[in-house]
Design a protein around this ligand. Structure first.
Ligand SMILES: NC(=O)c1ccc[n+]([C@@H]2O[C@H](COP(=O)([O-])OP(=O)(O)OC[C@H]3O[C@@H](n4cnc5c(N)ncnc54)[C@H](OP(=O)(O)O)[C@@H]3O)[C@@H](O)[C@H]2O)c1
Length: 344
């Protein structure tokens, strides 16, 4: 770490991605520049970051139409740490305060660094009684689930929700947020996840590796959050929705189409593909079809903090790695879908 004349950090250790590839391309550099803060930004001294599937996908080239011009870039969305400095207009946080939060999916300077920069609305006070490691595993996944459930489907007490892939971080957050909102939740997951998801309040957990989902899942639903989003889960989910229900997939095609055809063609094409599906499913099934993307939401992050403090929203952390072993951490995440974190 280097400190400038006014006591402000000007460079620090960071894990950079110089080119797309396997875990071996990640490089820990000792002196990466820390840019000046814009008025609404916050410099956070990193204590823990988590590895999301987006990190490993970005590393492999997903989103290259957006990210390639910005190489070398820093991966990482989630963070838990302490406020080191504040931009001129930040009012809700103070230096030294413990915070957690997540960057927008398209941010170029990620959190795999000793110091990260997030905007004020991407951060909230760290939940009391939760470690930095535990806290860093929560925001990106929980905000993604929050956006679908609260922003799109506007779930309310008594509604029935199906979470496809409840064993993953977003699915597990979705189950806990829905249960806290008084909804009845059914989920699909692997056999090793069943006990954890039932303990979190899911009323039915169907093993996708052993059971026939179409005969095992009971009743109709007001909303489906499909974290897997392949054509099979989409088809099954849509048939389980009540008329007027919401189908939300996390596998929106905007980035993939932009990567394939370039931003200028890919993004309008994605809008057209989405619109076509929306019209098609409204006509054939009377349901609303959505691509769900994570967005910063300070109100949502505050509620996530409250639920986490109340013990109603937890994320299991199976393994932690020091920043020097970030390649190993990515290898582990690539091999098995470990909701793991990397301590800094
Ligand atoms: N659109 C967005 O903004 C956004 C945001 C966040 C994530 N995502 C995407 O959403 C997906 C999930 O993210 P995550 O963070 O929750 O991932 P994760 O924590 O790595 O979870 C993956 C889990 O998916 C489960 N799974 C795999 N195949 C399944 C199937 N056929 N049916 C049911 N469950 C299955 C496995 O659960 P078991 O252990 O129970 O087998 C696995 O643990 C990723 O593809 C990610 O890139 C998108």
């Amino acid at each position: 770490m280097a400190v400038g004349l006014r006591g402000i950090v000007t460079s620090c250790r960071a894990v950079v991605l110089p080119r797309f590839g396997g875990p071996e391309v990640l490089e820990l550099l000792p002196n990466v520049e820390v840019p000046d803060l814009k008025p609404s930004e916050v410099l956070v001294r990193t204590r823990a970051v988590s590895i999301n599937p987006l990190d490993t996908r970005m590393r492999s080239g997903y989103g290259r139409s957006i990210f390639e011009p910005h190489l070398p870039l820093i991966l990482g969305r989630d963070i838990s740490g302490e406020v080191a400095a504040l931009g001129a207009s930040v009012r809700s946080l103070s230096v030294g305060q413990e915070v957690f939060g997540a960057l927008h999916p398209t941010a170029i300077r990620g959190t795999y660094a000793d110091y990260a920069i997030l905007s004020e609305d991407e951060l909230a006070p760290k939940p009391v009684g939760v470690t930095h490691v535990e806290a860093s595993a929560i925001p990106f996944a929980a905000l993604t689930a929050w956006r679908g459930l609260k922003g799109t489907a506007r779930i309310s007490e008594g509604q029935r929700l199906l979470v496809v892939g409840g064993g993953g971080a977003v699915g597990f957050a979705a189950i806990q947020l829905s249960v806290a909102a008084g909804c009845h939740v059914t989920t699909t997951c692997g056999s090793q996840s069943i006990g954890r998801l039932l303990a979190a309040g899911a009323e039915q957990a169907v093993d996708y590796t052993a059971e026939d989902l179409e005969s095992a899942i009971k009743g109709k639903f007001d909303a489906v959050l499909d974290t897997i989003g392949v054509s099979e889960t989409e088809r099954i989910s849509i048939n389980f929705l009540k008329r007027g229900g919401h189908y939300m997939t996390l596998q929106g095609e905007a980035a993939a189409l932009a990567d394939r055809y370039g931003l200028a063609v890919g993004l309008p094409l994605a809008t057209a593909v989405l619109l076509k599906k929306q019209i098609q499913y409204r006509y054939s099934h009377g349901i609303e079809y959505w691509w769900t993307y994570m967005r910063a939401d300070s109100e949502g992050l505050d509620e996530i903090r409250r639920l986490s403090e109340a013990g109603k929203l937890k994320m299991p952390v199976e393994k932690t790695f020091p920043i020097t072993q970030v390649g190993e951490a990515h290898k582990a995440k690539d091999k098995r879908h470990i909701p793991g974190t990397k301590e800094v």
